[in-house]
Design a protein around this ligand. Structure first.
Ligand code: GFB
Length: 318
């Protein structure tokens, strides 16, 4: 296998997203000089011919496959066709091109929603495909499971060094804050912020507040991705999380305390709860020597600072 050097050609597929932008920042910080990216306008990752052409022209040595159509519980449940089609196509084209054009190593990123809805907690890697999936994100989960199997199949049939990591719920500064399509953490930052600015006390939280989720700062995930790219070479997918979860009510209270302590939580139980609990078992990754570094409260403060910063230019140009 070819050594990774600062001159290695590294392609980050999905570099504008939450995860891809963090991986790119990290690679730049580490001094990698040949970083390859392509915007959605330049390259439609669902188009195999276009992807092959791009790989032939750019010849990456390594690929971080972190592109995809993503979103929170509402986007997942109302746009299942897009979540299944886009993600299956994107994973298939990039994995296939990576095989055709001799990529040395590819890291594929899945999601903790691949595990059964009623999975024993914390969820271990071997729990995959042991029970029915959560209906609100079945399409996304199926595409992600297919992606894992795709990497394993290319490894078995062609000897490709393709690995898979399964992160828990992610958040961070470059997140999607759109209330229709976002995940809970950025949505609640925005809701509390807007309530503060508009002088309203009530903030609506979807569902009962009782589901439990685990949140990992995206910069910790990027750290894990570089770590795995450098040191992991097995067929089995590997969980990436922080090892702790909290209820949506507790999360909302934490965000309220940071953003708008006077805010009041109101639960809209007409909205879905989704999976009751989703905590990853990260024993395997810990045993390899990796641990997360960013505590949730610090990460939320950082994310809120990024949210406020993104509002600034609009204010200046207004
Ligand atoms: O983050 P989230 O959309 O995704 O929702 P999932 C987590 C929990 O927060 C659910 C509740 O119980 C939501 O009902 N929640 C409360 C809210 N208020 C809000 C709000 O304002 N916005 C949102 N979005 N949720 C996704 C999957 O599931 O997790 C994806 O749909 C993916 O496939 C992703 O795996 C990581 O954790 O329920």
């Amino acid at each position: 296998m070819q050594e990774t050097t600062h001159d290695s050609r590294i392609y980050v597929a999905g570099h504008r997203g939450l995860v891809g932008s963090s991986i790119l920042r990290r690679l730049e910080g580490e001094g990698f000089k040949n970083l390859l990216v392509a915007t959605r306008e330049q390259l439609d990752l669902r188009d195999q011919a276009a992807v092959n052409y791009w790989f032939q022209a750019n010849r990456p040595d390594q690929v971080y496959l972190v592109a995809g159509t993503v979103g929170g519980i509402l986007a997942n449940s109302t746009r299942p066709a897009e979540f299944l089609y886009d993600n299956m196509m994107i994973h298939a084209t990039v994995v296939h091109a990576a095989h055709l054009f001799g990529v040395n190593k590819l890291l594929y990123l899945g999601s903790s929603c691949i595990y059964p809805r009623d999975c024993p907690q914390p969820m271990r890697e071997e729990h995959l495909l042991t029970g029915p999936l959560e209906p609100t994100n079945e399409s996304y989960a199926l595409a992600k499971i297919a992606g894992i199997k795709l990497c394993q199949s290319y490894r078995r049939q062609y000897g490709c060094n393709f690995i898979s990591a399964m992160p828990t719920n992610l958040y961070g500064p470059n997140d999607n804050f759109d209330l229709e399509s976002s995940h809970v953490l950025p949505a609640l930052i925005r809701k509390f912020h807007e309530a503060k600015v508009q002088g309203r006390k009530d903030v609506t939280i979807w569902g009962s507040g009782s589901p439990r989720r685990e949140f990992l700062h995206v910069d910790d995930l990027a750290d894990a991705c570089l770590f795995l790219m450098g040191s992991y070479g097995d067929e089995a997918h590997i969980n990436v999380g922080c090892g702790e979860d909290l209820s949506i009510r507790e999360l909302a209270e934490m965000i309220r305390d940071i953003v708008f302590p006077e805010g009041r939580l109101v639960f809209d139980t007409s909205k879905p709860d989704g999976t009751p609990r989703k905590l990853l078992d990260i024993t395997r990754l810990r045993q390899m020597g990796w641990a997360p570094r960013i505590p949730l409260r610090d990460g939320i403060e950082d994310t809120y600072a990024g949210f406020q910063k993104a509002l600034e230019p609009a204010r200046e140009s207004a």
